[in-house]
Design a protein around this ligand. Structure first.
Ligand code: IPE
Ligand code: IPE
Ligand code: MG
Length: 249
């Protein structure tokens, strides 16, 4: 039986987040420029977005460009920006045919106007789609998001709209740029790196983590379903005891 068919339909994660890593190494291994790896990575985005839709995942968040990635060579950054713009245009049929609503989290005021316009247009065109939210983390870092939330909370306190003693985790959650989405159930990182690189630090408190050595351009639907199957086998306790232990007492 295929991995997809073996998945438990009542245990499909609501939200999967992915650190899509390894494009550069994929290209370097083949003697190609790093940009080529990013282009190949777009094909994986297409594959995995479709696969996620097919099994009924509601939110798919992709770490596409971090705040720290601005520090890469200028040529690579501009190649990534051009790729983003062309991808938003070329993938529109995929978004519309699969009912994908695009969303973006990150510091958007640092983008060139052309990138900003392409993003705005894609957000607008897909805004009525309801099957899956595809969240692109762009110019995103978790510490940036937390600092922004703290500034806004500070302002509310100053204006008298919020008492410091009322600040709890749900209040903080409401001030985050990602407040519209639930916490991820599963976080996947490709390329064999065992770190989270400033991604969703607050939100992954109880997220299941899945690391694979496969480079992002080589990541297939079957591997994605394999990660979901692995997730389905986990016992999520959220600090409590598992249901089977409770009934034994
Ligand atoms: C991930 O691949 C894509 C981005 C960070 C934009 P990398 O470009 O980080 O690829 P490696 O890690 O250098 O192989
Ligand atoms: C994380 O990958 C960011 C994205 C996938 C967009 P990086 O390649 O930038 O992270 P490090 O440098 O390996 O931690
Ligand atoms: Mg990397």
């Amino acid at each position: 039986m295929s991995v997809e068919r073996a998945l438990l339909r009542d245990k499909i994660p609501n939200h999967v987040a992915i650190i899509m890593d390894g494009n550069g190494r994929w290209a370097q291994k083949r003697g190609l420029p790093r940009q080529q790896g990013h282009m190949e990575g777009v094909k994986s985005v297409r594959r995995i977005a479709k696969a996620a839709c097919r099994i009924g995942i509601r939110y798919l968040t992709l770490y596409a460009f971090s705040t720290e990635n601005w520090g890469r060579p200028k040529e690579e950054v501009s190649a990534l920006m051009s790729l983003l713009v062309s991808c938003l245009h070329d993938e529109m049929p995929l978004f519309m045919e699969n009912g994908i609503r695009l969303r973006v989290v990150g510091q958007s005021d640092v983008f060139d106007p052309s990138v900003r316009e392409a993003l705005d247009a894609a957000l607008e065109k897909t805004s009525s789609n309801t099957r899956m939210d595809l969240v692109l983390a762009l110019s995103y870092s978790s510490r940036w998001e937390l600092a922004e939330a703290m500034k806004r909370i500070g302002r509310q306190v100053e204006e008298g709209g919020l008492a410091p003693e009322d600040i709890d985790d749900s209040v903080i959650g409401r001030f985050l740029a990602t407040s519209f989405m639930p916490d991820p159930d599963l976080l996947i990182r490709t390329s064999g790196e065992y770190r989270v690189s400033n991604f969703l630090l607050w939100q992954i408190a109880y997220t299941e983590l899945f690391f694979t050595p496969v480079l992002w351009p080589d990541f297939t639907e079957e591997m994605f379903y394999g990660a979901i199957a692995d997730y389905q086998g986990r016992d999520r306790r959220f600090g409590k005891v598992s249901v089977s232990n409770q009934t034994k007492q």
